[in-house]
Design a protein. Structure first.
Length: 257
């Protein structure tokens, strides 16, 4: 689903790959190098990507976006999640995804946000934004964009876009709406004890004497495939208010040069 509208202006290893700290979190915040053919500054095309959290209560990890050739598929509904998507969806760990970007020539440019994206109401009182603008550059061989971010108060949920077209003209803007997915790699216990610790910190829902976990639990491993996320159903101690209506995020992409 696309349109040309503008957005209104108005596991503790959380992206150990790059930058800012929030309690125990190490968070991202970088434009990753363009693959092959020179630096970002010398790339033929530049894009501004604005990602917004549309959920009432679900925080996201700092979003990652990549401009790439059509041969790249970061994730696909009905397929098993690869290691980068599993690590992101279960543990908020973007390091394997950063490695994938840096070692895949068909990914021509990428960027990662500086901070988590919280709902616009900021239920945890974090002061974090609900949207962020990212800039990336890529040569003309990059015709598609993918986006992923963890749904933090889930076992293995993420929000994403899989290989959507990039704008072709300067000043052309398109807005995509992204839904939540279940990676199919961990059972949905909906228990704070099985979620990353930041699920409590970023939502303001503190579960006494429950720390959460920074690692995948083999006992909860699920040999499934990526499917649309069923949401929060109330089977564990997570409040059902953590559920959301789709779409979970909007992603505006504008070609700026």
């Amino acid at each position: 689903m696309t349109d040309d509208s503008q957005l209104p202006t108005s596991r503790r290893r959380f992206l150990a790959a790059t930058g800012t700290a929030v309690g125990g979190l190490a968070l991202g915040g970088t434009a990753l190098a363009q693959q092959g053919g020179g630096s970002q500054a010398n790339a033929a095309r530049s894009y501004r990507v604005t990602v917004a959290n549309l959920t009432p209560s679900q925080p996201f990890t700092p979003p990652a976006v990549a401009a790439h050739q059509d041969s790249v598929e970061v994730f696909a509904v009905g397929d098993a999640a690869n290691t980068p998507v599993q690590e992101l969806a279960e543990n908020g760990n973007l390091a394997p995804l950063v490695d994938l970007v840096e070692n895949t020539n068909a990914i021509r440019g990428a960027a990662v946000g500086d901070t988590p994206l919280v709902p616009s109401s900021d239920p945890g009182g974090t002061g974090f934004p609900y949207f962020v603008e990212l800039q990336l550059a890529a040569d003309a061989s990059a015709t598609a964009l993918s986006f992923v971010s963890m749904l933090i108060a889930t076992n293995d949920g993420f929000v994403g876009l899989d290989t959507v077209p990039l704008p072709t003209r300067v000043n052309m803007s398109v807005t995509y709406y992204a839904q939540g997915y279940d990676a199919g790699t961990e059972q949905n216990t909906e228990e704070f004890a099985d979620l990353v610790p930041e699920a409590q910190e970023l939502t303001g829902e503190v579960s006494p004497d429950v720390d959460g976990t920074a690692e995948s639990n083999p006992e909860l491993a699920e040999d499934g495939v990526i499917t649309p996320h069923p949401g929060i159903t109330g089977t564990g101690d997570l409040p059902t208010e953590f559920d959301w209506d789709e779409p979970a995020a909007s992603v505006q992409v504008e070609r700026i040069s």
